[in-house]
Design a protein around this ligand. Structure first.
Ligand code: HPA
Ligand code: ZN
Length: 331
């Protein structure tokens, strides 16, 4: 089944094997003796414990080639998962604060995205994400550095530590982003409360909410999300690894789908959370007893919520319908 991925941090696709290879290539010391020891450290108790490791791991990324290799490895994986379109986040501040120029990060990622489009017709959008644990002023500074590259940047996002860093902190920055005429999204309602989802919609004027699972705690908000068909880019395995829900069986994905919310399945940081998009589909199908119809709906939603053109969406949705009809005939 063709599908898109709409919530993916490129730094979160850094597999331990590549992390070790880049550490060696760049003469960076890692505080782990082996790949197995590193993997054993992927035992997170909340978002922050993951972010600490994720930012430490990103320290091996120094050159344009590193960012290319990282992105290319991800694209190869999702190409084999029948992902035909991906909208990926990159966190430039994670790198510029270590002295890596914005251009190095951007150009390495961009080259890999362009090659995937040329080789496989795998289309993409690139979303520049602001780190919310930093100040709004630092957000303005990185936006300034991004201006020469805006022709290749398709939108803005907001990620990192959610609790204590509400959307209101970035209201002026997102006003500036809106003025640049690029769509905005924000992580909200992952660990933070439903009010952060409301504020991301109303103060930051975002087009999509990343995660948004804690919207279930506010009935009024749920009604609004269903009525507006606001996409929520749900990441099931991520939510389990970061202890947002105790187990996949208790994950609300199926409930959200049945309520008519515009949800789809994404991998978030697949190298850290135990799988890419198809691994998420398989795990959810088993744990939540998803029907074939549910799976088709999730794939359809991934296109509807994407930033593809209306014509391309229609083409892909027709393809899904065709596959679905043929599947039903074979029983
Ligand atoms: N939440 C917030 N920030 C992030 C995440 C996430 O799941 N992954 C990478 N940065
Ligand atoms: Zn995320």
């Amino acid at each position: 089944m063709p599908k898109t991925e709409l919530h993916l941090h490129i730094e979160g696709t850094l597999e331990p094997e590549l992390m070790f290879a880049l550490a060696q290539r760049n003469h960076v010391n890692l505080p782990y003796a082996s790949i197995d020891e590193l993997r054993a450290a992927y035992d997170f108790h909340n978002l922050q414990s993951f972010l600490d490791l994720y930012y430490a791991g990103a320290a091996v990324l120094l050159t344009e080639q590193d960012f290319y290799d990282l992105t290319w490895a991800y694209l190869q994986k999702v190409h084999s998962n029948h992902v035909v379109h991906t909208e990926i986040f990159f966190d430039p501040q994670t790198h510029t604060l270590r002295g890596v120029p914005f251009a190095t990060v951007y150009q390495g990622i961009r080259q890999a995205l362009d090659e995937a489009q040329a080789q496989w017709g795998l289309s993409s959008r690139l979303i520049m994400s602001f780190l919310r644990h930093l100040t709004e002023q630092e957000g303005f500074e990185i936006l300034e550095q991004a201006l020469p590259f805006l022709h290749g940047i398709d939108g803005f996002g907001l990620d990192s530590s959610e609790k204590g860093h509400p959307p209101a902190k970035f209201e002026q920055l997102f006003k500036r982003c809106q003025a640049l005429n690029l769509p905005c999204v924000a992580h909200a309602g992952e660990e933070g409360p439903a009010e952060y989802v409301l504020d991301a919609l109303h103060l930051l004027k975002v087009k999509r909410i990343d995660h948004g699972v804690r919207s279930l705690e506010n009935d009024q908000l749920l009604k609004q999300l269903v009525a507006d068909q606001t996409p929520l880019t749900v990441c099931p395995l991520s939510n389990i690894r970061l202890k947002v829900f105790p187990s996949l069986k208790q994950h609300p994905l199926k409930q959200m789908l049945d309520m008519g919310l515009m949800v789809m399945i994404n991998s978030d940081d697949p190298a850290y959370f135990g799988g890419y998009v198809n691994d998420n589909f398989k795990a959810c199908t088993t744990a939540l007893n998803l029907s074939d119809q549910d799976i088709v709906q999730l794939a359809r939603n991934s296109f509807i919520a994407s930033w593809l053109s209306d014509a391309e969406k229609a083409r892909q949705l027709a393809k899904i319908d065709q596959i679905w009809q043929a599947w039903k005939l074979t029983g």
